[in-house]
Design a protein around this ligand. Structure first.
Ligand code: HEC
Length: 139
């Protein structure tokens, strides 16, 4: 009984550790520019981890889910960040655009655990076509 009580206390105590949920400030000129259609798709399915426009859900307040989330966001932004797109070299932009198509096509992105919760985030084939077209016609 004592152990159970102690366990509960520890779990409650851990809730005091909150992740930083402030989105860094960024310059709008540096944001990724695309057609409205493309932006809508990426914002819905990718921006939570690949931009400084993360929307934090209620469970991001719950430890240890919060740390799990935080690590995805940090790693995701490191790999690809639509909010600082203009800081990338032309070469890097090109390769990232190709990676985006590849990751969606191979069903790697959005990350599976994210899709479980954000059921609407899976990229539909029509949406993939829109993105592919944009990438193809991108200078
Ligand atoms: C839940 C967070 C999350 C979401 C949502 C998400 N990603 Fe990612 N993404 C990551 C993480 C973490 C990594 C780095 C680790 C990895 O590659 O698995 C990553 C890596 C990437 C990479 C680099 C892969 C490489 O190895 O070059 C690309 C490109 C990418 N994501 C595209 C997307 C696209 C496009 C979407 C939306 C359709 C998306 N991601 C949605 C978390 C996410």
């Amino acid at each position: 009984m004592k152990k159970l009580y102690l366990g509960c206390l520890i779990i409650l105590g851990l809730q005091l550790f909150q992740i930083d949920k402030n989105n860094p400030v960024f310059e709008s000129e540096k944001e990724f520019k695309a057609t409205k259609e493309v932006l809508q798709i990426l914002e819905k399915s990718c921006y939570d981890c690949h931009s400084f426009k993360t929307k934090y859900p209620f469970y991001s307040y719950i430890f240890p889910i919060s740390s799990f989330l935080k690590s995805h966001i940090d790693e995701g932004r490191e790999e690809l960040n639509f909010s600082i797109w203009e800081d990338y070299t032309e070469e890097k932009k090109k390769s990232k655009l190709e990676d985006i198509v590849e990751e969606i096509q191979s069903d790697e992105m959005p990350i599976f655990s994210y899709r479980l919760i954000h059921w609407n985030s899976k990229i539909k084939s029509e949406e993939l076509e829109i993105i592919k077209n944009f990438v193809k016609n991108h200078p």
